[in-house]
Design a protein around this ligand. Structure first.
Ligand SMILES: Cc1cc2nc3c(=O)[nH]c(=O)nc-3n(C[C@H](O)[C@H](O)[C@H](O)COP(=O)(O)OP(=O)(O)OC[C@H]3O[C@@H](n4cnc5c(N)ncnc54)[C@H](O)[C@@H]3O)c2cc1C
Ligand SMILES: NC(=O)c1ccc[n+]([C@@H]2O[C@H](COP(=O)([O-])OP(=O)(O)OC[C@H]3O[C@@H](n4cnc5c(N)ncnc54)[C@H](OP(=O)(O)O)[C@@H]3O)[C@@H](O)[C@H]2O)c1
Length: 385
């Protein structure tokens, strides 16, 4: 991953520990009504910040938990919620700590241990907590949250402090910035897949993505930039190839805005992928306009579920292999990948190696050397999560 922890230097009073209270001003679906995904475009007003970020950076967002879930937990453990407790960010009423400071969805080992010790009927959990059964424990926990254990063991008594002590701190989330300050001063755009899923008969919500999608209209959105090495080439004449399926398109939208704003003459090629053309073509209008204007030199879209077999970005790469090789070898293009780390980034890497090997007539060893050189020359960059 290209992200590094250091934050940009500035004279702004805002810091990572004192993030800027942004205001959500746009929350718009990027999908049609029959889409399986709920991917959205968000815009946050940063007026009064005085800070700076570069395209390729991500933004740290501090969410608040779902109040309905916090209240359900308070009710189940049989307390009032106004009890003062010491949480990860100081002493506050329990409800406040559950809303803002503690992770109340995914469990912690401490929480599970406390359940196993206190519940008379949790032999399975007791057994799964043995170190040698870690993998089985992870499988058992997939889709299970704190609330499931509380519902399953209503007889367990907790003082508010005991309960808070077994929870983890609520951590902020990172989002790729999908706009350029040159095109949208004092704003930041995000492209976010809102996490909703069902498990054990309950609707679950990803904390931060649903905070933005459902609960941030009248609340400040604390944000602070996270500097990245996922940077455009310094020379605006250098061609760029951007592989960004799904939300991976986010930084490339920012790159394109930036290059347009500064009048960069280098060629731009975007490979985008999503489920269905009719309902998952994010930013269709603006991408097609940039293409018809000639600014986006080439746009290839892979619709994975519009035909019998899968069509992915790496298939589009292989179809355009000769052209990719020409851009890379003859024209010195930089190659960027953003999005899913688990499968997509590996498959795209394999496709790139195939292209280098076949188009460049190289052995496997020469191909590996070529890829290492691309990386050390900062011409092959990935921001994958
Ligand atoms: C550098 C970087 C950039 C990123 N950029 C973006 C971006 O531009 N857009 C974007 O959308 N995301 C991006 N992410 C991911 C983002 O940070 C969050 O991880 C994501 O939004 C989920 O956070 P959440 O709080 O909504 O969900 P969480 O509350 O963290 O819940 C997610 C968790 O829920 C569980 N879960 C999810 N689905 C299921 C299921 N079907 N069954 C069972 N359990 C499940 C998993 O444990 C998963 O880890 C980026 C991440 C990084 C590191
Ligand atoms: N931590 C989290 O909870 C969280 C939240 C958001 C995103 N993410 C990560 O980010 C990823 C991207 O999410 P997203 O919503 O932006 O994208 P996505 O919609 O899941 O995927 C975008 C496109 O990529 C395709 N695809 C699937 N496997 C691929 C592969 N091996 N190679 C190339 N393309 C592939 C998908 O096709 P098919 O679906 O038809 O196979 C789809 O058309 C997720 O898969 C997840 O790993 C994690």
């Amino acid at each position: 991953m290209a992200t590094e922890p250091a934050a940009p230097k500035s004279a702004s009073p805002f810091t990572r520990t004192n993030p800027f209270p942004g205001k959500l001003i746009v929350n718009r679906s990027l999908c049609g009504s029959d889409s399986e995904k709920d991917t959205r475009h968000f815009e946050i007003d940063l007026t009064g910040w005085g800070l700076h970020y570069e395209v390729g950076d991500s933004m740290t967002v501090w969410p608040t938990n779902d109040p309905a879930l916090a209240d359900e937990i308070i009710k189940i453990i049989g307390v009032k919620g106004d009890e003062e407790v010491k949480g990860p960010n100081g002493t506050k009423p329990l409800r406040e700590v559950l809303l803002r400071d503690c992770r109340i969805t995914q469990t912690t080992p401490k929480f599970l241990k406390a359940i196993a010790e206190r519940a008379s009927a949790a032999p399975l959990l007791n057994d799964l907590l043995k170190p040698e059964r870690k993998q089985e424990l992870d499988t058992y926990l997939w889709g299970m949250e704190v609330i499931d254990f509380l519902i399953e063991h209503p007889s367990i008594k907790w003082t508010p402090q005991e309960f808070v002590d077994v929870l983890a701190k609520l951590m902020p989330r990172l989002y790729s910035i999908s706009s350029s300050l040159k095109a949208h001063p004092e704003r930041v755009h995000f492209t976010i897949d809102v996490v909703h899923y069902e498990s054990r008969g309950r609707q679950r919500k990803g904390v931060c993505s649903t905070f933005l999608a459902e609960r941030a209209d009248n609340a400040p959105v604390p944000v602070f930039p996270n500097t990245s090495r996922f940077r455009l080439p310094d020379d605006g004449n250098t061609p760029i190839i951007m592989v960004g399926p799904g939300t991976g398109v986010a930084p490339f939208r920012a790159y394109l805005q930036e290059r347009k704003a500064v009048g960069a003459k280098g060629k731009n090629w975007l490979l985008f992928g999503s489920q269905h053309e009719h309902c998952n073509y994010f930013y269709r209008e603006e991408l097609e306009k940039m293409q018809s204007d000639g600014f986006l030199t080439r746009l290839d879209c892979a619709w994975s579920r519009d035909q019998a077999g899968k069509s992915y970005v790496q298939h589009k790469m292989l179809e355009g292999a000769a052209e990719i090789w020409k851009w890379m070898e003859a024209e010195g293009a930089h190659f960027f990948v953003c999005g899913d780390a688990r499968r997509m980034a590996k498959d795209v890497d394999a496709a790139l190696r195939t292209i280098i090997q076949e188009q460049g007539g190289k052995s496997e060893e020469q191909t590996n050397e070529y890829v290492e050189k691309l990386k050390s020359d900062k011409r092959y960059k990935r921001d994958v999560y």
